[in-house]
Design a protein around this ligand. Structure first.
Ligand code: FMN
Length: 206
């Protein structure tokens, strides 16, 4: 059977450390990347994420200072702050309204959906945080695969000071930075692909 090109993209992606610092991306490309990132699934279709595209040199330098001076933050054309959103139940109705408006569900179903989400998250801050990290991480992976598909490279980062990033980039009290993702054109002297643990070591079929 012919292998779908999406499978090659998955195998080709690497975490890039060295970007071409002369390469820039336009805002249309950034919007495109985020539209693909937003196609990720999320519980109750909460879409409990937000993305800050740090593109200007001055703001990338500020972000780099909060990220242990990782130069890829500045050398990449854009570094995204992928944010997770707490209290996701507050946004669930708005997130599902278009589905109601398209006629796929009625008002009663929408109410039940929102009530269920509210019961799941309202009094459970740990669950809210877990869900924010799950959703933002799935969106982050979509973003990296979309970048790969557009001929760009990416580098995810957890090496940053979350409270400094939150303050400097005006995150709301209900938001926190889950991950940074540098995106740009690959530069020279990156590591090649790292091999993965064998499937038999990580898979149990029952
Ligand atoms: C959540 C997450 C955080 C990471 N943080 C950093 C980081 O701060 N700095 C860095 O150089 N690489 C970081 N990496 C890249 C990993 O080291 C890399 O994904 C891993 O070694 C596997 O390599 P590959 O992505 O090229 O296959 C991070 C990756 C992930 C998924």
């Amino acid at each position: 059977m012919k292998r779908h090109p999406a499978l090659d993209l998955i195998r080709q992606r690497i975490s890039v450390n060295r970007f071409d610092p002369t390469f820039e991306v336009d805002d249309a490309t950034i919007r495109d990347l985020i539209s693909y990132a937003s196609e990720a699934p999320s519980a109750y279709n909460l879409q409990n994420w937000r993305f800050i595209a740090v593109k200007s040199t001055v703001r990338k330098r500020a972000l780099m200072a909060h990220a242990y001076d990782q130069e890829k933050v500045v050398d990449a054309a854009v570094t995204f702050i992928v944010c997770g959103l707490l209290e996701p139940q507050r946004g669930v109705r708005a997130a599902m309204l278009p589905f109601r408006d398209d006629g796929h569900i009625d008002d009663d179903f929408l109410d039940e959906w929102a009530d269920e989400a509210t019961a799941t998250y309202r009094d459970n801050p740990a669950m809210q945080r877990d869900e924010a990290i799950r959703s933002a991480s799935l969106a982050a992976m979509n973003l990296m695969i979309a970048a790969q598909a557009m001929g760009l490279a990416s580098g995810p980062m957890i090496g940053f000071d979350p409270s400094a990033v939150s303050t400097d980039f005006d995150l709301a009290d209900t938001e926190f930075p889950v991950m940074l993702i540098a995106v740009g054109r690959i530069g020279p002297n990156n590591w090649p692909r790292k091999r993965r643990r064998p499937v038999d070591h990580v898979l149990t079929i029952v």
